[in-house]
Design a protein around this ligand. Structure first.
Ligand code: C5P
Length: 390
């Protein structure tokens, strides 16, 4: 850590890394130690945070060579303009910079400074040097800075830095640390104690999605309506629901700390206004069931969406598919929609294959071939990963 007010954020980062089981050695520049206490980092990292070359009692020294060889990854966060320049030019006038020069492991750099310092040609050319040296740069973010100015220069959020570390160690699991909710299957809407209204959804597309998300490392919560098919094994949580209102209740309960919500369920649009307590008897006359509309689950959740939460829905359209799907993105407040057009042969509700087009909220269209639902799910997840990292 080098000297920046953002050093306090590094405390959260250290906690997150510890939670993942990382072994940490915190090295601070003397200037960082003026912003935050080394004691805080010693306690959080469970190892004495080091600042000086010479140990406090004057009897030993902090061996930067050993430190540099010990680490599997060096992360400089926050990286001040001064430290960045020291790294770029190979200065070694403090323990952090000497450790950097001794380190054989990959290096990640998360700059943090005021906006003018960040965009200064000197800083930018130093960053270019470090990038060309093969280091991974976690770009500073836009926002309010400690100076009161607004612009680029904020240290990347601890969660984002953690994500970068995790995907560095585990590139095949790009969704690690992401919590995803998937709704799947139909809902059933009771008419009386023995009858209900429902639809032909098999739940297959949603189940394949849940499986594909899990494979990419996501924490997956599946909310499923009643289906003949079993949910895939190994998910983090499966919530079984019956009606649309139950599905809505379950979704609301888990939405706030989710990163991604994918609505693959075929939610019944209507439910009987009155559920008869007793089985309705036939008496030779016409029976009328008054229906009322169910809440739109994904549209309601979209209204509560916070920054860095993504919502995707499905659309099954019989005509003017693209236009209708675009309208649905807008009306429901989605990031993107996966369109199955009934105009396409093989795209459907119950079958094993599907032909989709993904449309994002900027109206970009991505078309896919007719494929088995398992491969369609992999395409959707790949699209999602690209989308959230864009
Ligand atoms: O409006 P329509 O039913 O065509 O929208 C389909 C999309 O909206 C699907 O993603 C579906 O899961 C979601 N939906 C919902 N709640 C409803 C109806 C649909 O979340 N009541």
């Amino acid at each position: 850590m080098s000297g920046s007010i953002a050093a306090y954020k590094a405390a959260f980062f250290v906690r997150l890394l510890r939670k993942e089981g990382a072994e940490l050695q915190v090295v601070m520049t003397p200037s960082a130690a003026q912003f935050v206490s080394p004691l805080t980092f010693s306690v959080l990292s469970q190892r004495k945070a080091l600042v000086e070359y010479v140990s406090e009692d004057g009897a030993g020294w902090n061996n930067h060579v050993a430190l540099g060889l010990w680490a599997e990854l060096m992360i400089v966060a926050p990286a001040s303009a001064h430290t960045i320049s020291g790294m770029a030019t190979g200065r070694a006038d403090n323990l952090l910079l000497a450790t950097y020069l001794s380190a054989r492991c990959p290096v990640m750099i998360a700059p943090a400074m005021d906006l003018d310092m960040y965009r200064h040609d000197a800083t930018q050319s130093n960053l270019r040097v470090l990038r060309e040296r093969g280091h991974l740069l976690l770009d500073a973010e836009y926002g309010e800075l400690a100076s009161g100015l607004i612009g680029e220069g904020r240290l990347a959020e601890p969660e984002k830095m953690l994500e970068a570390v995790l995907s560095y160690f585990n590139p095949e699991k790009p969704l690690r640390g992401k919590k995803v909710i998937v709704t799947a299957g139909p809902t059933i809407e009771a008419i009386d104690p023995v009858r209900y209204i429902s639809n032909f959804s098999s739940g297959k597309m949603g189940f394949e999605l849940a499986r594909a998300l899990k494979e990419k490392g996501a924490e997956v919560v599946l909310i499923k309506g009643p289906t003949a098919l079993e949910a895939p094994p190994g998910l983090d949580r499966v919530i079984e629901v019956g009606s649309a209102l139950e599905m809505f209740g379950a979704a609301k309960e888990v939405f706030s700390d989710a990163d991604i919500f994918i609505a693959a369920a075929a939610v019944a649009d209507f439910r009987p206004e009155k559920v008869e307590k007793k089985k309705i008897k036939k008496d030779g006359s016409k029976a009328v069931i008054e229906l009322e509309e169910n809440p739109d689950i994904i549209a309601s959740l979209a209204k509560e969406k916070r920054e860095n939460q993504w919502l995707a829905g499905f659309a099954l359209e019989s005509h003017d598919a693209v236009e209708n799907a675009k309208e649905k993105i807008r009306k429901k407040g989605l990031d993107f929609i996966i369109l199955n057009s009934l105009e396409d042969e093989g795209a459907g509700f119950q079958g094993d294959s599907n032909k989709i087009t993904i449309i994002d909220k900027e109206n970009n269209l991505t078309k896919f071939e007719l494929k088995p639902k398992r491969e369609v799910a992999a395409d959707i997840v790949q699209y999602l990963i690209k989308y959230i990292h864009a």
